[in-house]
Structure formats: C-alpha cells, structure tokens
Design a protein around this ligand. Structure first.
Ligand code: NAP
Length: 255
C-alpha cells in the first residue's frame, strides 16, 4: 500500500522530511514550493511550484492527485498558506500534520524587544540615525522606507530589486546557514547597533542572535502570527513518527 504525501515546503524541515520519505517505499511524496526564490535548493522528491489558488484550489489539487496526507511544513510566518492548508485538508477529508519549529527565546544578556509587525519594529528604532542589520524577506522591506534616517544592512537570498527608496543601504546575498564568528565580524564591520529580525526559530539563522548577545546589540524581534489549527509537531523527525504511526494504523485497518 502506498500513501501519497504532499509537503507544503520552503523550509529546512520540509526538505529533511522529504529526504526521509524519499527512500521509503510506503510513501509517494511531492513537495510544493511557492516559487519565491530564483534558484531553490534541490529537493529529494518531485517538486511542484506556485500557488494553488487559495484553499479551494488546494483542496482540488489534493483530490485530483489522490493525496492521503498533507504536511504543512511552511515557515512559521507563512500564515496564509497554513490557514489554507487547514481548510483544504478538511474539505478533502484528509489528515493534516503541521510542523512548527519552536520560537527563539531570549537568554540572559539578550536585549530583545518584541513587536507585532515590521512597521512597529522599525518605529521602535527611534528618530536618531542607527546602523541596522535587517534579515527580513525581500518582499517585506517596504516599512524601512518610513525611517530613511538609518543605515540599513539588508541580507536576503535573492537581490532586492528595485533597491529600497532609502539613501543609505547596503545589500548582501546569502542563504545560510550562518556561523556565529562570521556574524560577529559582519556586525562589527558595519558598526551595527540594532537588528530587526523575525522570530523564525531554528538553527540556520540563530547565529546572528548569539553574535548580538556577545556584542550587546539590541534586537527588535517580530513575533510570530498565532498558530491556527491542531497542535503542531516541532521537527521533521516528529512528523515522520506521526506518518509512521498513521501509515501502520491505516494499513492495519485495510483502508
Ligand atoms: P503566505 O503569505 O502564507 O502565502 C501566500 C500565498 O503563496 C499562498 O496563499 C499560496 O498561494 C502561496 N504559497 C505559499 N507557500 C506555498 C507553498 N509551499 N506551495 C505553494 N504555494 C504556496 O506565504 P509567504 O510568507 O509568502 O511564504 C511563501 C513561501 O516561502 C512558503 O512556502 C514559506 O514556507 C517560505 N518561506 C517563508 C518565509 C517567511 O518569512 N514568510 C521565510 C522562509 C521561507 P495560493 O493561495 O494561490 O495557493
């Protein structure tokens, strides 16, 4: 018996789970990417790319392709696709597994302030010019234009095109994972005195926060949107255990 799995991806967790499923003959797996990055990392299973056309389109895809389990392993800030996943899995009457890596928590020495959105984080930088390191998605940078007095060091996977309408910005391209010593050197080189980041969680981009703690640099941290739906699992390994259990119990029932 083969179970068809669709992973909504764009994260390390999605790729790690796909690696586990790729070598497992019980499962036939496809990973779905939004198509935001120009050169996405290669995946160990077939990939489909682009939006589905909302929850109705996703439900239709699930039915048309005989998907048995939907795994929402998208980024914790990708709230729209996660909401669509809940509605579509329910409409197609299939199992949904959500994967959410734990949030980062401040540790002694951290100087974090929490904000509900990017605009609020930028406002909190104040009116005096600062040197700000920004690690947001390139489509999320518009709020920086409301505070053109700062120097911005902007790191993204793909180029920010066109550049932001701020007079003092430098752009660097890097996909990560990042190393603490290199992050510390980068912060010192650009005389960074504030960081604006999303509370993405995970290991790949934690290094900047460790470097900020060492250098006593404040972090304006954007909080996650609330998770909707059932309790998520935290890792690809946990998702694999749920799939193992589900496949065994479904096969035993002869479904
Ligand atoms: P979003 O706001 O939740 O989604 C916007 C729309 O993009 C969705 O309604 C859907 O279009 C399409 N979409 C999103 N993820 C998709 C997927 N995996 N496969 C197919 N279509 C998808 O998402 P976002 O914040 O723009 O993030 C887009 C993708 O980048 C996600 O896959 C996410 O995992 C990844 N990512 C996001 C962040 C972040 O900070 N937001 C960071 C790293 C990676 P339709 O409604 O037409 O189906």
């Amino acid at each position: 018996m083969t179970f068809r799995v669709l992973i909504l991806g764009g994260t390390t967790e999605a790729r790690v789970l796909a690696e586990r499923l790729a070598g497992d003959s019980r499962f036939e797996t496809t990973i779905s990417l939004a198509g935001r990055t120009a050169n996405p990392i290669s995946q160990p299973v077939p990939v489909r790319t682009g939006g589905f056309g909302g929850p109705v389109g996703l439900a239709q895809y699930l039915r048309d392709n005989g998907i048995d389990v939907l795994v929402d392993a998208t980024h914790p800030f990708a709230a729209n696709i996660s909401r669509n996943a809940i509605a579509a899995a329910s409409a197609a009457a299939i199992r949904l597994i959500s994967v959410r890596r734990p949030q980062w928590q401040p540790e002694p020495g951290d100087k974090w302030r929490f904000h509900s959105d990017i605009g609020a984080a930028i406002k909190a930088l104040g009116t005096a010019p600062r040197h700000v390191f920004v690690t947001l998605g390139r489509q999320e940078l518009e709020p920086l234009c409301a505070a053109p007095q700062h120097f911005y060091l902007i790191r993204s996977v793909d180029p920010v095109e066109p550049p932001l309408a701020v007079p003092n910005a430098e752009y660097i391209l890097h996909r990560g994972p990042f190393d603490t010593a290199a992050e510390e050197a980068l912060l010192l080189k650009h005389r960074i005195d504030a960081i604006v980041a999303k509370n993405s969680g995970g290991e790949a981009s934690r290094a900047k926060l460790v470097a900020a703690r060492r250098l006593a640099i404040p972090v304006e941290m954007i909080s996650r949107p609330p998770h909707e739906g059932d309790s998520p699992v935290a890792t690809a390994e946990e998702a694999m255990r749920v799939l193992d259990h589900w496949a065994a119990s479904t096969a035993n029932r002869g479904e």
